[in-house]
Write a protein that binds this ligand. Structure first.
Ligand SMILES: [Zn+2]
Ligand SMILES: [Zn+2]
Length: 273
């Protein structure tokens, strides 16, 4: 509302996000160097994602294709930038060169998170006083030419509650951001864990195979070298086929025996009745 925008204007302009026009939460800084190059992480990420999506739409690339599979766009085809990459995840869809939403300068590097700015903003908002709310008001009234207002007890109480409300809203947004970051971190950690487990499993399987191979080699060295006919790949295959045939014959014999026994039982049962 009006009071909160007055409080906001009493803060340094670098603390205000040019996209959402609110106090920055989770600061990210673009390298263009203009006065308004710091943003909320979420705001700038959303903006850059939509920038890259626009370029891809200009190219006539079907956005559904990007959602379905991995699409690589030819870098030189992207207008106004050095290139674009489309991933299967829309969040990964980012331009190599992005444009600052404030000054429209082309920036080659992605926005960098700035913890120091976060701390400075937190300190500044925590130390807001009723004068900050008042100062904005007096500035506004001075511009209107109305002069100074009377500093009554209820007006300063209203200013104090406005500052308090401003701080509460900021803290709530900070908490939300914190939850978001923790979730993101957790997801990344679980992805890394999965990858590590996969690597470990692969290594275990490889070790097992190597162990089996050395055991086989040892058995051969005890028995002496394998027969010449089995040494060739063809020979091994022949041996395997021989084993397979033997197995099949065994199964057939077993089946025939079972059938014979069953037949005898059934016929004996029939003769009894
Ligand atoms: Zn923002
Ligand atoms: Zn800029």
């Amino acid at each position: 509302d009006d009071v909160s925008s007055r409080i906001l204007s009493s803060l340094p302009i670098e603390f205000c996000c040019p996209i959402c026009e609110d106090v920055i939460v989770g600061a990210s800084v673009l390298g263009c160097g203009c006065a308004r190059s710091s943003f909320c992480s979420r705001c700038i990420d959303d903006r850059l994602t939509s920038q890259s999506r626009e370029s891809l739409t200009i190219l006539g690339t079907d956005l559904d294709t990007i959602a379905e599979g991995y699409v690589v766009v030819d870098r030189k085809d992207v207008p106004g930038s050095s290139g674009a990459r489309g991933g299967n995840d829309s969040n990964k869809c980012q331009l190599d060169t992005c444009h600052c939403p404030s000054c429209d300068a082309a920036v080659r590097s992605p926005p960098v998170p700035c913890h120091a700015l976060d701390v400075a903003i937190l300190k500044c908002v925590s130390n807001l006083s009723t004068e900050d709310a008042d100062r904005g008001r007096f500035d506004g009234e001075a511009k209107d030419g109305a002069g100074t207002a009377d500093k009554g007890a209820d007006s300063s109480a209203a200013a104090a509650s406005a500052v308090r409300a401003f701080q509460i809203r900021y803290y709530a947004r900070l908490r939300e951001r914190r939850t978001e970051v923790l979730l993101l971190r957790e997801r990344r950690a679980s992805e890394e864990r999965e990858m590590r487990e996969e690597c470990l499993l692969g290594a275990l399987i490889q070790a097992e195979e190597e162990q089996r191979a050395t055991r086989r080699r040892r058995a051969w060295s005890k028995r002496g070298p394998p027969l010449r006919s089995f040494a060739t790949r063809d020979g091994v295959q022949r041996e395997n086929r021989g084993l397979q045939l033997l197995g099949e014959v065994f199964i057939m014999v077993a089946a025939a025996a079972t059938a014979a026994i069953l037949g005898v039982r059934i016929s004996s049962g029939a003769s009894k009745s």
